[in-house]
Write a protein that binds this ligand. Structure first.
Ligand code: 13P
Length: 251
C-alpha cells in the first residue's frame, strides 16, 4: 500500500514571517490528519524558521532545489548536508521551471537525485511534457527520457526512496488541469517504465504524484486514480485552507 504524499511547492513566494504564519495555520488544520505524508517546500531562506514550526508535527520539510557537491567553491549554491541541517527530509529536483529557466538537464537531475539519496534524504523528481510535445504526440517519449535520465544507475533500494512527480508543463499555473484519465495514463506509463527497468515489485512501491493546477475541487478525483499517489501543489499551497483541504482529499 502506497501512502499518499501531498507536497506544497511554494516556489518564489513567502518571506520568513509569512512562511511561519502559513505553516502555523496549516499545522492546526492538519493536526488530526493521518495516513498521508504532508510536505511543504518553502524558499531556502525560510527553511530553518519553518522547521521550528513543523518539528514534532505531521508536516515534513522539503527544499525546492539543491546542488550536488557537498561543499566547495560554488558561489550561490546550497548543498544536501546544508538542507539536512536545516531540517529537510525531501528535495524537489528537475522542476520544469528549473529545466526551462535555469538550464536543468536530465544529467543534473540525476546528479542531484544521487546526492540527495546519498544523505538518506528523498528526491521528488519532476517530469513532464510541454504542450507542444503533447500536441505532437511526444508525451511518452518525453516522459521516458525524463524518467530514465533521472533514475539512471540508481539501485532498487535508492529508487524506493524516490518520489516521481508528473507535472505536465501546460497544466502548471494555468488553471488547466490534466483530466484524471490523462493523469492516470501517464502515471501508469511511468510505472511501466520502472517495471521494465527494475521489477513489478519495486515499481509498485514507488509513489507518483500529480502536479499542475491541483485545487481542493479537483484533488479527490485525481487521487482516486489507481496510479496517482498524491499531489505536488503550487498556487493552492500558498493558502493554508486550500492546501489543508487538498491534504484531506487525498485519503
Ligand atoms: P500549480 O499548482 O500552481 O499549477 O503549480 C504546480 C507546480 O509546479 C508544483 O510544483
Amino acid at each position: 500500500m502506497r501512502t499518499p504524499i501531498i507536497a506544497g511547492n511554494w516556489k518564489l513566494n513567502k518571506t520568513i514571517s509569512e512562511a511561519v504564519e502559513l505553516t502555523t495555520e496549516l499545522k492546526d488544520l492538519v493536526t488530526a490528519t493521518n495516513n498521508v505524508d504532508i510536505v511543504v517546500a518553502p524558499p531556502f531562506t525560510a527553511l530553518d524558521a519553518v522547521n521550528k514550526v513543523v518539528k514534532d508535527t505531521n508536516i515534513e520539510l522539503a527544499a525546492q532545489d539543491v546542488y550536488w557537491e557537498d561543499s566547495g567553491a560554488f558561489t550561490g549554491e546550497v548543498s544536501v548536508p546544508m538542507l539536512k541541517d536545516a531540517g529537510c527530509e525531501y528535495v524537489i529536483v528537475g522542476h520544469s521551471e528549473r529545466r526551462q529557466f535555469f538550464n536543468e538537464t536530465n544529467e543534473s537531475v540525476n546528479l542531484k537525485a544521487n546526492a540527495v539519496l546519498s544523505h538518506d534524504m528523498k528526491p521528488i523528481i519532476c517530469v513532464g511534457e510541454l504542450l507542444d510535445d503533447r500536441e505532437a504526440g511526444r508525451t511518452e517519449s518525453v516522459i521516458k527520457n525524463h524518467v530514465s535520465g533521472a533514475v539512471e544507475k540508481l539501485t532498487s533500494d535508492a529508487l524506493l526512496s524516490c518520489i516521481i512527480a508528473y507535472e505536465p508543463v501546460w497544466a502548471i499555473g494555468t488553471g488547466k488541469t490534466a483530466t484524471p484519465e490523462q493523469a492516470q495514463e501517464v502515471h501508469n506509463y511511468i510505472r511501466n517504465i520502472l517495471k521494465e527497468t527494475y521489477s513489478d515489485e519495486i515499481a509498485s512501491q514507488v509513489r507518483i504524484q500529480y502536479g499542475g493546477s491541483v485545487k481542493p475541487e479537483n484533488a479527490a478525483e485525481l487521487m482516486a486514480q489507481p496510479d496517482v499517489d498524491g499531489a505536488l501543489v503550487g498556487g493552492a499551497s500558498l493558502q493554508a485552507e486550500s492546501f489543508a483541504q487538498i491534504v484531506k482529499n487525498a485519503i
